[in-house]
Design a binder for this molecule. Structure first.
Ligand code: IFM
Length: 458
């Protein structure tokens, strides 16, 4: 019988990202990022929200660590803001910026919480975008320099490092559909952005590993289960294309140093130049899987499902597969409109295990966003979030039973925060934040998760 139990070594954690929580956008020498610029572009972010203050984690990090300790978190996934530590995207580190992360890491270690940093969660320094951004090969080299510089500072106390987060979003929402920063609508450039995120990952791992061979390096990719709507060959082809662009476009370079042949064929009209892909395939010590939903797709005419990455979505991020239709199957959805399907997580994990070389895996993001409201200080009784996380944790336990080397799970997110184009309208936190006062109140899901961690089982 399934017990849904996890070993004591299992990394139960929660995740955040710098631009979404830190605030202090103009303090202590932080430079501007593409998200600062994008938020100031009318019609890009709901209500004109920005990350200027966010949830003020920059000033409240010690309280937030205490909150994590109370919940019993074993690990905390956060991202390092490139423009905070290297304001121009090149040149010397900003000592005050680096010191913030040193204090954060030391505080976590003192609280017995393992730091699990990510080096790029979408906040490219603006000067690098002015020089061409991720579509330029040089950005990959700049990323590796930044990675080595901050790893040099923190590498003695942080063992596990993640380079890039969700390169699909950074490349295709940022440069193809323009729903995310920097808001460019240049499909061919988006392919090169994705390529340089992958090669930048490889260069960064190579540089950091040379500094400290004992540290452990990986990347975090957002993977989806993808199903055809019907048995029609047009639907099967749509599923192949979307799986190709969302999953294999990233996994094949990371593990095999090349893009899938069928995807390169689909992309032939775009003049995509995949030269130098081999460097992406540095040996991985771990891989992060961000999982939220399943896609059901069709190549046949019909009605498209609602777009979900931005309230302003009009253009397709699916370069080479713009005519694929995303189908609503009638499954329950979260407040983001994303269908809830934990069977997709099991499918993604077992597929990774079957088709790619075995590396320790972590769910680096999984969670549910809703338009919650609550009186100030009141507890949010977020049963839907508990049900979502419980179902996905059961899928994790099942994957482990099938031999998948899954070593940890990070809820997205520790705190309510800035949800990109949706501004502050969607809340993903285990902990509610009153945006007027910055008061933190653990939701029912936080208490429930603390019990799961304490018991090591569901
Ligand atoms: O908030 C985001 C996060 O930054 C990246 N992954 C998905 C989350 C929810 O949309």
């Amino acid at each position: 019988m399934t017990s849904f139990a996890f070993p004591p070594s299992f990394r139960f954690g929660a995740a955040t990202a710098a631009y979404q929580i830190e605030g202090a956008a103009a303090e202590d020498g932080r430079g501007p990022s593409i998200w600062d610029d994008f938020c100031r572009t009318p019609g890009k972010v709901l209500h004109g929200d920005t990350g200027d203050v966010a949830v003020d984690h920059y000033h409240r990090y010690a309280d937030d660590i205490a909150l994590m300790r109370d919940l019993g978190l074993r690990a905390y996934r956060f991202s390092i803001s490139w423009p905070r530590v290297q304001p121009a995207g090149t040149g010397p580190l900003n000592p005050a910026g680096a010191d913030f992360y040193r204090r954060l890491v030391d505080g976590l270690l003192e609280a017995g919480i393992e730091p699990w940093p990510t080096l790029y969660h979408w906040d490219l320094p603006s000067p690098l975008e002015k020089a061409g951004g991720w579509p330029e090969r040089d950005t990959a080299a700049r990323f590796a320099d930044y990675a080595a510089a901050i790893h040099d500072v923190l590498g003695d106390r942080v063992r596990n490092w993640t380079t890039i987060n969700e390169p699909w979003c950074a490349a295709f929402l940022g440069y193809a559909s323009g729903e995310h920063a920097p808001g460019r609508v240049e499909p061919a450039a988006a392919l090169h952005a994705a390529h340089h995120l992958l090669t930048g990952h490889g260069l960064a791992v190579r540089a950091m590993r040379a500094q400290r061979p004992g540290n452990r390096f990986g990347a975090a990719v957002n993977l989806y289960a993808v199903s055809p709507e019907t048995g029609d060959p047009a639907d099967a082809d749509a599923a192949r294309r979307v799986d190709g662009m969302q999953n294999r476009f990233f996994l094949d370079p990371l593990f095999r140093g090349r893009y899938p042949a069928d995807v390169l064929t689909d992309l032939a009209p775009y003049g995509f130049d995949p030269s130098g892909t081999e460097v992406a395939a540095q040996p991985l010590d771990h891989l992060g899987v961000n999982y939220y939903s399943r896609f059901t797709v069709s190549g046949l005419p019909g009605t498209a499902a609602q777009a979900v990455s931005s309230p302003y979505s009009t253009l397709s991020p699916w370069v080479g597969s713009e005519s694929v239709r995303f189908v609503a199957t009638g499954r329950p959805v979260t407040g983001m409109g994303w269908e809830i399907d934990e069977s997709g997580l099991l499918e993604v994990l077992t597929r990774l295990h079957r088709e790619y070389p075995a590396v320790p895996l972590h769910i680096t993001e999984n969670g549910a966003g809703y338009d919650e409201d609550a009186a100030p200080g009141a507890t949010v009784d977020d049963r839907e979030r508990i049900a979502y996380i419980a179902a996905h944790l059961r899928a994790c336990a099942r994957a482990r039973e099938r031999g998948v080397p899954l070593e940890g799970y990070f809820v997205w997110s520790l705190l309510d925060n800035f949800e990109w184009s949706w501004g502050y309208s969607k809340r993903f936190g285990l902990v509610r934040v009153d945006y007027a006062t910055q008061e933190r109140t653990p939701k029912a899901s936080a208490r429930w998760y603390a019990d799961v961690i304490a018991n090591g089982s569901l």
